[in-house]
Design a binder for this molecule. Structure first.
Ligand SMILES: [Zn+2]
Length: 265
């Protein structure tokens, strides 16, 4: 079986330069492709370098709402420059009203600017949304979107919103974190995701799987636990078990969905 990670952050500094080893472990585990999401101008060069190092890496460039305060006056031109060099995907972008102390001012403007760039180039876009689902829906309905579609990463919205987002071109990506017992509600909503819109992700180094499913325990330099990107295989099997679907059939449709939205195939 081949596995496709719709969302991770392999460039993250917490991996402390071990990216090549992580890629080798992923290849051995059967990971075929992974979308590596940049989060700010400062990590876009690392994302680009990883894509040059490994064909497994599908690079994505975007400003995450947590890092908007870091943007330079030239950030949009800078983003276009990276997309000119590697026209693959835009993200991680989004809206966040959950993170304590995070300013919401400016988030919509930066989100829409990036959505517009993705729409104009017809590139898939990866969207982060916490406690802003209604507003995200409004903005997506009122603005140009990439014809290719967009990914709601770690979809945590209400089940009733799934068909509405799907009609606009949404894909819904399932993280290993939702296999935790207390994430029952979010897990349940994935039963309503259309068969051709499901994706799977690790969000590594974040979003830990339950301990008994963590096949690649990894500790960062500061002693914190990190989610290893090769845990993708365990996310697939946990999700297949939860949906009552054969692992082979889940893997086949996720591959098809991944290739359609991210590779235009
Ligand atoms: Zn992310």
């Amino acid at each position: 079986m081949k596995f496709f990670d719709a969302h991770n952050h392999l460039q993250d500094d917490r991996f402390a330069g071990h990216q090549s080893e992580l890629l080798a472990a992923c290849a051995e585990a059967g990971v075929a492709r992974m979308v590596v999401n940049g989060a700010s101008e400062s990590d876009w060069p690392q994302v680009l370098a990883l894509a040059s190092e490994s064909k497994m890496v599908l690079p994505s460039f975007g400003y995450h709402p947590w890092y908007l305060h870091e943007r330079t006056p030239d950030w949009q031109r800078n983003l276009e420059k990276f997309l000119d060099e590697m026209p693959s995907a835009v993200g991680e972008i989004g809206l966040d009203r959950w993170k304590p102390g995070l300013n919401y001012d400016g988030q919509e403007e930066v989100f829409l600017a990036q959505l517009g760039i993705a729409a104009a180039r017809n590139l898939p876009v990866s969207i982060h949304c916490l406690q802003a689902w209604g507003r995200l829906l409004e903005l997506l309905q009122r603005n140009p979107r990439p014809a290719r579609g967009f990914v709601l990463h770690s979809f945590g919205g209400a089940g009733e919103m799934i068909p509405v987002f799907a009609k606009l071109g949404a894909y819904f990506s399932f993280p290993g974190y939702f296999l935790n017992e207390r994430k029952m509600r979010q897990r349940e909503t994935f039963k309503h995701v259309p068969a051709d819109r499901l994706l799977v992700e690790t969000d590594a180094p974040d979003q830990h799987l339950p301990e008994d499913k963590n096949r690649f325990p990894l500790v960062g330099t500061n002693g914190n636990l990190l989610n290893h990107p090769a845990n993708l295989v365990a996310v697939y099997s946990g999700l297949a078990e939860f949906l009552g679907e054969k692992p082979e059939s889940l893997a086949a449709r996720v591959e098809e969905n991944f290739r359609r939205v991210f590779c235009g195939l």
